[in-house]
Design a binder for this molecule. Structure first.
Ligand code: C2E
Ligand code: MG
Ligand code: MG
Ligand code: MG
Length: 296
């Protein structure tokens, strides 16, 4: 193996690029083979509860995909989602996740958790995919309780083709689906755009939630964001709370829901059902969290 004339540092750098390019190509190849095989069951949908700060009940769950890789074990979205998007396979994944999530939700409804809603993430290419709206309209016609499916979109994804995305969002709302602005505050956060969006929910990004205790500036931003969301008539969910002290701050700001490791990590559907049953027991008769109605 010959080092390049420009020096070993450069050679190592090139090698690194080779490895990651090869690795990416391998993942792309494997992803294509999964979808060509017609059996996407290796893509498992995990669920993370969203817990009401007022009464501790779980009002919803977010569907988060994992890939049970035959050799590498359970992979998080960071390991394959970008490649999937670049390879034009995101539409297939979304169809699969929507099918699983809506079927699981209907089972949970049938088992007595009728209040529960499920949130599904939509990527940029999903928003621009002309098949998405007819697909969801079909779901609505099939009698699915549309108000219990929340579609999560990021500001960044919405910006790719603002007019088309906005039109799609309006169409989804007309069908009765929920619409959540995910990772709020990490994109352009255009206030003009926010007022045009027919959203039902706003999610405060984890990068803010995780710094609530240590950073007064972040506290000001989150307090203002909760207030802004409420004035726009939106339900406000904070993502990524990992401890009780953070919950207390969020409760003080009047935040509605929390989705974070403090309550539960994303888990398989069967575990989630067990968690829901246990949470129903825990929340009975619990007083609201102190500080709930404190002004920001
Ligand atoms: P997201 O939609 O913002 O989802 C929240 C992420 O924060 C999840 O990561 C979740 O596990 C993580 N999280 C929640 N609470 C905590 C906490 O307290 N501490 C920490 N450290 N993390 C927390 P995950 O599952 O790795 O998903 C990452 C991203 O991948 C998601 O971010 C979403 O953008 C994307 N994604 C996941 N599933 C899908 C899918 O089915 N379709 C699409 N298009 N994107 C997906
Ligand atoms: Mg999300
Ligand atoms: Mg998010
Ligand atoms: Mg996030």
């Amino acid at each position: 193996y010959q080092a390049k004339s420009t020096g070993s540092g450069v050679r190592l750098y090139d090698q690194g690029l080779d490895v990651s390019a090869r690795e990416r190509a391998r993942v792309a190849d494997e992803l294509h083979r999964v979808w060509d095989s017609g059996d996407p069951s290796g893509f498992e949908v995990f669920y993370q509860p969203q817990v009401s700060l007022a009464d501790g009940t779980a009002s919803g769950v977010e569907a988060l995909v994992r890939w049970r890789h035959p050799e590498r074990g359970l992979l998080g979205p960071g390991a394959f989602l970008d490649v999937l998007e670049e390879e034009g396979l995101m539409g297939h994944l979304t169809t699969h996740v929507l099918a699983r999530a809506t079927a699981d939700l209907q089972r949970w409804h049938a088992a007595g958790h009728e209040e529960l809603s499920v949130s599904v993430n939509l990527s940029t290419s999903c928003l621009l995919n002309p098949d998405l709206l007819p697909h969801l309209q079909g779901l609505a016609r099939s009698g699915f309780p549309v108000g219990h499916l929340v579609l999560e979109v990021t500001e960044t994804a919405l910006m790719q083709d603002g007019e088309a995305s906005l039109a799609l969002c309006h169409a989804l709302r007309r069908e009765g689906f929920g619409l959540s602005i995910d990772d709020y505050g990490t994109g352009y956060s255009s206030l003009a755009y926010l007022s045009d969006l027919p959203a039902t929910e706003l999610k405060v990004d984890r990068s803010f939630t995780s710094r609530l205790l240590s950073d007064a500036g972040v506290r000001a931003i989150v307090a203002a964001t909760v207030d802004l969301g409420h004035r726009l008539g939106l339900r406000v969910v904070a993502e990524g709370a990992e401890d009780e002290a953070t919950l207390d701050v969020l409760a003080g700001f009047g935040c509605d829901e929390v989705q974070g490791f403090v309550h539960a990590r994303p888990m398989p559907a069967d575990d989630l059902f067990g968690w829901l049953e246990a949470a129903r027991g825990r929340s009975t008769g619990q007083p609201p969290r102190a500080g709930l109605r404190v002004e920001a």
